[in-house]
Design a protein around this ligand. Structure first.
Ligand code: SF4
Length: 370
């Protein structure tokens, strides 16, 4: 499976200094299929006119494959206990602040508050701690969530296949798991201790979940932790690999950028807005039928611009603290700072103003299976 990481590395080495001319960009965009070598070249484009041309093709592909629908979801942090020492994270066990875990009645209260805002698709999140947030706790939380929401996904620590199977039976349909970086040497330094040190176990989690009956998976890096263009290429090939292996599954990609979270971590690479936009456009050009997700880590202006080009799913009204929906707390003790603080209604309003259609779920439980 790690074959595609080697392939991305090889392609990048070959094309890292290749900046295509405007005419070459036109030629690539006229092709029926943009291959990975083309994608590597397009990642190097700097010229504004070329980027505008790429954006226009990306928009066309998005509308052809996804219509005008923008799916909305919100994250629900149920526990911030974590045994890992990820050097970039606000929930790292190196951080000295109050750990919290929601009781089941508090989870219900959070879900009610989210539902009142209009949310119908939730991602349940925990840190990585099998003692404070064991699988049966996550499973029960998901069962409760399934009573309130049409769509329940998880973004929790990597599990065994049989554990994913239990969660699928509890009503979970999707998994989001970021590899953080596909560059193994950097991964080692960024995850000095804790279960997350195991690159391979994390890497194979999506496959275990899809084999266990999950229907949706979202993968990606945390941009800035390692070489961003190499991580983008790896993500494109990872998504393609998953599509080949699980043709009935709905695969999506996301490219969150590292944000401050009260740590003194300085990312190795910074990714400008211009680069970030280009990465998403290249993702759409290479993967016309794959969903592209953006979170509230990005600001309202950028998110609104990108839903017009390539985004198919976005979070709205997010709280990244444990118990944040009831308490209406902002970023105190959050995993990362939220940039787009608009309410769900405000996000819906701006989607409609763009002539697009906000949807709160694309999944109806009990209809069909893989
Ligand atoms: S990124 Fe996840 S696993 Fe790492 S410290 Fe933060 S919560 Fe824990």
């Amino acid at each position: 499976m790690t074959e595609f990481i080697r392939k991305a590395e090889k392609v990048w080495e070959e094309f890292k200094d290749y900046v295509p001319t405007y005419d070459e960009v036109c030629e690539i965009l006229e092709k029926e299929v943009v291959n990975i070598e083309d994608a590597a070249k397009l990642l190097n484009v700097e010229d504004k006119n070329s980027i505008l041309l790429m954006a226009s093709k990306a928009k066309k592909l998005t509308r052809e494959n996804f219509g005008k629908v923008i799916l909305l979801y919100a994250p629900l942090y149920i526990s911030n206990y974590c045994q890992n020492g990820c050097v970039y994270c606000g929930f790292s066990c190196r951080k000295n602040y109050k750990r919290e875990k929601l009781e089941f009645n508090e989870i219900e209260n959070e879900l009610r508050a989210m539902k009142e805002e209009g949310i119908d698709s939730v991602i349940i999140l925990t840190g990585e701690d099998r003692i404070h947030s064991p699988v049966d706790y996550i499973e029960q939380a998901c069962k409760i969530a399934a009573n309130y929401m049409s769509e329940v996904s998880i973004e929790v620590y990597p599990l065994l296949e049989e554990e994913y199977r239990s969660l699928a039976s509890a009503g979970v349909v999707g998994i989001t798991i970021y590899q953080e970086t596909y560059q193994k040497e950097d991964y080692k330094k960024l995850h000095p201790f804790g279960p997350k040190k195991d690159f391979e176990f994390r890497f194979k989690a999506v496959e275990r979940a899809l084999s266990a009956g999950f229907h949706e998976a979202c993968v990606g890096p945390l941009l800035g932790l390692s070489h961003p263009k190499k991580d983008v290429l790896c993500t494109l090939l990872h998504a393609e690999y998953l599509l080949d292996r699980f043709p009935k599954a709905e695969i999506s990609v996301s490219f969150p950028r590292v944000r401050s979270a009260g740590t003194d971590f300085v990312p190795k690479f910074s990714v400008s807005d211009k680069e970030f936009i280009k990465f998403l456009i290249v993702a759409r050009l290479y993967l016309p039928r794959v969903g592209i997700v953006i979170s509230t880590r990005e600001d309202a202006r950028l998110r609104d611009a990108l839903i017009d080009v390539c985004i198919t799913k976005m979070s709205a009204g997010s709280k990244t603290t444990v118990g944040g929906y009831v308490a209406q707390e902002e970023e105190k003790d959050a995993q990362f700072e939220v940039e787009d603080r608009r309410s769900v209604a405000e996000v819906v309003d701006s989607i409609i103003k763009k002539g697009l259609r906000p949807e709160f779920t694309n999944w109806v439980r009990g209809v069909g299976s893989l």
